[in-house]
Design a protein around this ligand. Structure first.
Ligand code: HEM
Length: 470
């Protein structure tokens, strides 16, 4: 079903400059706890496009569904590329702006201009073998992810056939990272340490700075190794499609892949598991879910709770009316998919029947720059969720659904933890044999303590969670 946007009456837009509107901070405690309420207040006050303060820097937040599409579908009028940001060129963006580290790494998600187009074409080509289910690379990836999910569930089960677990820390977060490590073609256990560093960066804790430095060094070494000796992995396919990429440029793209995969896919897995459990009228007992049902639930979840809530900024190419304001050339514009999905114009068309609005939602973006890895991300998430409902005989939330803890950043929103009570189907499993793509020194042994010694920081961390399981 197509989604139709009706025309509304035109009003004269307000042309007050963004800087002169004294925007209110967006990222408040209220935003952390009740983002929907914050969006509604902004919508009531400013209409579909609101001036906001993002940690000390003014920006436009696009809340309207129609206006979001207008921006996303017209890349010429609303291009990406930080060099187009007037305030930044004029030195009005502080060097220590907390969002600078995420935005100043020049990779495909951030870039605009001609170099972007070549890069995006290369990304599409490099992802293709991993997204086309008929290709051996896609088959191997799916088998590997299913194997990783089994390993993680078996590791968790070492705490007992029944018990408590944090399915976020023990499954949803590590699984996509392991998938990313497979895609990146990391040799040995080096990948696991890089994955732990990615977490430290995403959690923005005190060790985030050194972790970023270490990770960029590791990814640069990986990029150089793939240039010297290509394999059948994403970096090598990207290089084949874009042979001019320098070592540093390739490392930045790998960083982007790791970041995107780790957080967003993990959020999707957790949210889907919650949706299935909470939607189960029989109190959380699951029997096998069909692949179709899992996919259907995931579609609904991604639309209701998009992992990427606000997109990286675009910039007005010329003074342009949008919503009730005139956006000046070079002003930053952040599309908020979460707010756009709550726009009455969009929300009114949604029904509990998921498939109806799934084509119109913005969770994967829209227009030329929409996510090129939708199928890949869904496949990884599907494999994880499917194994959960096959391996657990009983799964219920350890907290009421409305008390689950959430974490937000300016870009994403996901569960901080997913506490569950579980019962595994069948006896406590021995740890599975190593999957085909694991080097012998990283193989998982039959008891977690041995595994912890043999594997890297990721495995030690996960084994530590079992002991604290009680
Ligand atoms: C649940 C997981 C994911 C979600 C919800 C998601 C969502 C999105 C969205 C909304 C955009 C558009 C952003 C914008 O317009 O500014 C995007 C872009 C992008 N995504 Fe994803 N994504 C996910 C997973 C992934 C993964 C796993 C990868 C890589 C393997 C990936 C690679 C990219 C790239 C390269 C772009 C930039 C495209 C461009 O600018 O041309 N995404 N993603």
């Amino acid at each position: 079903m197509e989604f139709h946007v009706v025309d509304k009456e035109e009003a004269t837009p307000d042309d007050t400059r963004l800087e002169d509107l004294s925007p209110q901070p967006l990222l408040t405690r209220d935003y952390e706890l009740r983002p929907a309420l914050v969006y509604e207040r902004l919508r009531d006050r400013h209409g579909p496009v609101a001036p906001v303060d993002l940690l000390g820097v003014p920006a436009w937040l696009v809340l309207g569904y129609r206006e979001s599409l207008q921006v996303l579908q017209d890349d010429d009028a609303w291009p990406k590329g930080l060099e187009k940001w007037r305030a930044r060129t004029e030195g009005r963006v502080p060097a220590d702006w907390p969002l600078a580290p995420s935005l100043e790494v020049n990779h495909v998600l951030i870039q605009g201009g001609d170099s972007y187009r070549t890069l995006r074409t290369a990304w599409d080509a490099a992802l293709r073998p991993f997204q086309d289910p008929r290709q051996p690379q896609a088959k191997r990836l799916k088998a590997a992810v299913t194997g990783y999910a089994d390993e993680l569930i078996s590791l968790l089960g070492q705490g007992g056939r029944t018990g408590h677990a944090d399915l976020s820390a023990q499954l949803s977060r590590p699984l996509p990272l392991m998938a990313a490590s497979h895609l990146l073609g990391f040799p040995g256990s080096q990948g696991d340490d890089a994955l732990m560093d990615m977490w430290r960066i995403l959690d923005a804790g005190p060790d985030a700075g050194p972790a970023l430095e270490r990770l960029l060094v590791t990814l640069t070494e990986l990029a150089a190794a793939k240039i010297r000796k290509p394999g059948d992995d994403f970096p090598s396919h990207l290089l084949a499609a874009h042979p001019d990429l320098s070592v540093d440029a390739l490392a930045r793209e790998l960083f982007m892949l790791l970041g995107m995969t780790s957080d967003h896919v993990g959020i999707l897995i957790s949210n889907t598991v919650v949706e299935v459990i909470a939607g189960d009228t029989e109190g959380g007992v699951r029997t096998a879910l069909s692949a179709g049902m899992v996919r259907e639930t995931m579609n609904r979840v991604v639309m209701r709770k998009p992992p990427l809530v606000n997109f990286v900024p675009r910039f007005a190419a010329a003074d342009t009316p949008l919503g009730n304001h005139v956006i000046r050339a070079g002003d930053p514009v952040w599309v908020s998919s979460a707010a756009a999905h709550a726009d009455p114009l969009f929300a009114a068309q949604m029904t509990p029947d998921t498939s109806i609005s799934s084509r119109a939602h913005l969770a994967w973006g829209a227009g030329r720059r929409q996510c090129p890895a939708r199928e890949l991300a869904s496949t990884i998430a599907m494999a994880g969720v499917s194994r959960v409902f096959e391996r657990f005989a009983h799964l219920e939330l350890a907290l009421p659904v409305d008390q689950l803890p959430w974490r937000s950043s300016p870009f994403m929103r996901g569960l901080r933890s997913l506490p569950v009570r579980y019962e595994l189907a069948g006896p406590v499993p021995a740890m599975p044999a190593p999957t085909a793509d694991e080097a012998p020194e990283t193989a998982v042994a039959d008891v977690p303590d041995h595994a912890a010694k043999r594997r890297s920081s990721l495995w030690r961390y996960l084994a530590g969670l079992i002991r604290s399981n009680g």
